[in-house]
Design a binder for this molecule. Structure first.
Ligand code: C2E
Ligand code: MG
Ligand code: MG
Length: 695
């Protein structure tokens, strides 16, 4: 018999049968969305809906089916109806009045009229927990719980542990029987404050879940980090049913993270924070500054003469020294300040919470005097000093990169002024640095663009005031900046390495000029050229090239004399020593330029074969009878003569200076008093007009 006929005939008795049971009976009309035409009263207990309301509002049944399940359910129904099936079964999720979904098993029986038209649909809905699916799901859940690598702990709404899995025992050390019936607080390490747990509970109560890193304690007392996620299962009425905590021990992961972090952020030699960590901390401190009225200072420090220490004592001792320097720096600052190794022999100090700049200066002094004590490395006693560059935030900038650049520029300018100096960053410094960068960029094309040329300054024999030779001085006619002084661009050329190329050009240019003047004057004519230590650093190849160049042209090596600086003699490198030997063997003359401004070491003068010594302009400038400078000049002249070296005084501007130097037995003079540096054409005109010089 057709069950729909029975349903109609015995409707009340059937309904009585179902009421209070786990099965609800539905009648849907055969319209789109299957509006509910009838539903048994027990739907209230089962799904929370009021039956009469559902019927009155003719609620579309499709709106209660889970959107993920609906397309399949609709397709199946369409299929069963098309084949005029009298009964079919479906499983899907249905929305309860509380808003949550529960699984239902639905037996559906369409009702047809005599013409085969669909009249309505009758259905019985069973709850999922009454179905096979539930037990299958439970079995599956049990398998997952048992074999999961993550620890699982389930609590009831009262927060009592009702189940844990084997992985839980593995991680915590507690057996199931030791924790079931107890509370999760058993696991806590005491590492987190009340606010931490308040936030966790707030998230659980409002969103039903929480996830994060937490430190807990194992049964053996060991504290360990774990990644914990907690989820909540609700009843159909929307009440908390279970809380499921899933966690894993992340000790190892954290250890390897820590190792990677250390490698990335700390210097392996000194164990100090490296450039990366310094920059990061700087960024954090700058952000913090915007909330306080305090400032910070960034100090760059560079060891003076570290290269020499490394070259003479070896890299191992150099490394050991850097470690000791790091320790000594750390001993001078507060624990809240950061000492970092920026690169090579450059260290940085980040001072935070500053209210005045005076204290920074005091600290710099303190560090400086800490370096007055020598460093003991085995048998070696090493003296070294530090140059400092200081910049302030917010005064000098608020960007970490800008501050790093400032401190570097300030340190650079401190270094230029001598050893153990400090320098605060200024606006002018920034402009200078920008100009240096422009010069470095433009200098690359200066040679090929023929912007470089030489001028020549006469060097006069003081005995008869006759022109003896000239010094070639390089000039750069910059297309936008005009004439740029060599005092400004030569250091840039040295830094960029362009000096080698430029130096070779100066050499060849001077040789050609000397050759031209020799044929004009009908006698050898020496040109003195300035050279930089960098030109001798790589190998002896360059110097032998010069000598070959002269020989190929059948010119005497005396055609050119080389001016070198005291700094070069101090470099103490085998390359430089070999170069000087080559020069001496070829018979080329060497002048020591700017004497008195550097180390002025007599022992070097004695060891190296120097022909001329050029007294620096700074001694000549204020030369007066009975002055200290005169005494110094006299001493230098006497000393040089004893060593068989002739003396040139630079920068003679007045008659008086000339006279004093002449009476001090100085051999040669150079300066505006005799002539400013002149172009080749001007000098040539001078030769031709002044016959006296032509012998
Ligand atoms: P320097 O070798 O000591 O050259 C002497 C400098 O003093 C020149 O400056 C010259 O113009 C200047 N001078 C000479 N007499 C007087 C004087 O009576 N009063 C004053 N106030 N100054 C005087 P300049 O040409 O600006 O050269 C500066 C420095 O640049 C040179 O000092 C030298 O160290 C370097 N330089 C010049 N040309 C070259 C070059 O071709 N190669 C290298 N490596 N350095 C060079
Ligand atoms: Mg010179
Ligand atoms: Mg000089």
């Amino acid at each position: 018999m057709d069950i729909s006929v029975v349903a109609r005939q015995y409707q009340h008795s059937i309904l009585d049968l179902f009421s209070g049971g786990p099965v609800a009976i539905f009648v849907w009309s055969a319209q789109q969305g299957w509006p509910v035409e009838f539903v048994s009263d027990n739907i209230r207990e089962l799904l929370g809906y009021d039956a009469t309301e559902l019927i009155r509002e003719k609620l579309r049944y499709t709106s209660l089916i889970h959107p993920d399940d609906l397309p399949q359910i609709e397709a199946e129904v369409a299929h069963y109806l098309s084949i005029k099936s009298s009964c079919f079964e479906q499983i899907y999720r249905l929305k309860c009045h509380s808003g949550c979904y529960c699984w239902v098993r639905d037996f559906t029986m369409p009702e047809w009229d005599e013409q085969g038209q669909l009249l309505r649909i009758l259905g019985y809905i069973f709850y999922q927990n009454e179905t096979q699916q539930v037990s299958e799901t439970l079995q599956l859940a049990e398998l997952v719980r048992e074999y999961a690598r993550e620890a699982i702990m389930i609590t009831n709404p009262e927060g009592v542990i009702i189940s844990v899995n084997p992985a839980f025992t593995k991680v915590t050390g507690y057996d199931s029987n030791e924790v079931v019936g107890g509370r999760p607080s058993l696991l806590s390490s005491g590492h987190h404050d009340a606010a931490f747990y308040d936030a966790m509970w707030h998230s659980l109560n409002t969103q039903g879940s929480w996830e994060g890193e937490i430190f807990d304690r194992r049964k053996n007392g060991e504290v360990y980090p774990k990644w914990l996620s907690i989820h909540t299962a609700y009843t159909c009425q929307g009440e908390v049913f279970r809380r499921i905590a899933i966690f894993s021990d992340i000790t190892q992961q954290k250890q390897s993270e820590e190792l990677i972090w250390r490698q990335a952020n700390f210097d392996s030699l000194t164990n100090l924070p490296n450039r990366q960590l310094l920059t990061l901390r700087l960024e954090q401190e700058i952000n913090r500054l915007s909330r306080t009225s305090q400032g910070l200072a960034l100090i760059f420090m560079d060891l003076d003469g570290f290269k020499e220490i490394n070259d003479t004592l070896g890299h191992k001792l150099g490394d050991d020294l850097l470690i000791l320097v790091g320790d000594r720096l750390e001993a001078q600052v507060r624990s809240t300040d950061m000492v970092a190794r920026f690169s090579g022999d450059q260290f940085a100090l980040l001072l935070t919470g500053l209210t005045d700049q005076v204290s920074v200066e005091q600290l710099v002094m303190k560090v400086r005097s800490a370096f007055e004590q020598p460093f003991e490395l085995g048998d070696e006693i090493i003296f070294t000093s530090v140059s400092f560059g200081v910049t302030f935030c917010p005064e000098d900038g608020r960007d970490p990169w800008e501050l790093l650049k400032n401190a570097d520029q300030a340190m650079f300018s401190a270094k230029v002024t001598g050893r153990g100096r400090y320098q605060f960053f200024t606006e002018t410094m920034q402009l200078t640095a920008q100009r240096r960068m422009q010069l470095a960029k433009d200098l690359r094309h200066a040679l090929s663009a023929k912007q470089l040329f030489l001028e020549y300054q006469p060097i006069v024999n003081l005995a008869d005031e006759q022109l003896s030779k000239v010094e070639a001085l390089i000039r750069w006619q910059h297309p936008e900046l005009g004439l740029v002084s060599p005092a400004e661009f030569i250091p840039v050329a040295e830094e960029t390495g362009l000096i080698s190329e430029i130096g070779d050009w100066v050499f060849r240019e001077a040789v050609s000029q000397s050759e031209a003047w020799q044929s004009l004057l009908q006698r050898p004519f020496q040109i003195s050229i300035n050279t930089s230590p960098v030109q001798y650093r790589d190998d002896t190849h360059r110097v032998s090239g010069w000598i070959d160049y002269l020989r190929e042209r059948c010119l005497s090596c005396k055609t050119i004399s080389l001016e070198i600086t005291e700094g070069m003699l101090m470099e103490n490198s085998a390359d430089i020593e070999n170069c000087l030997l080559l020069i001496r063997d070829a018979g080329m003359e060497v002048a020591l330029d700017d004497f008195g401004t550097g180390y002025s070491s007599l022992s070097y003068l004695k060891r190296m074969d120097i022909d001329f010594l050029k007294i620096d302009r700074s001694f000549v400038m204020n030369l007066q009878a009975d002055s200290d400078d005169l005494a110094l000049c006299e001493a230098m002249i006497v000393m040089a003569h004893r060593l068989g070296i002739q003396v040139v005084a630079e920068g003679i501007e007045t008659q008086e200076q000339k006279a004093l130097l002449k009476s001090a037995q100085c051999d040669f003079g150079q300066g505006y008093f005799f002539s400013r540096p002149l172009s080749a054409d001007h000098l040539e005109a001078l030769f031709l007009s002044n016959k006296d010089t032509n012998h």
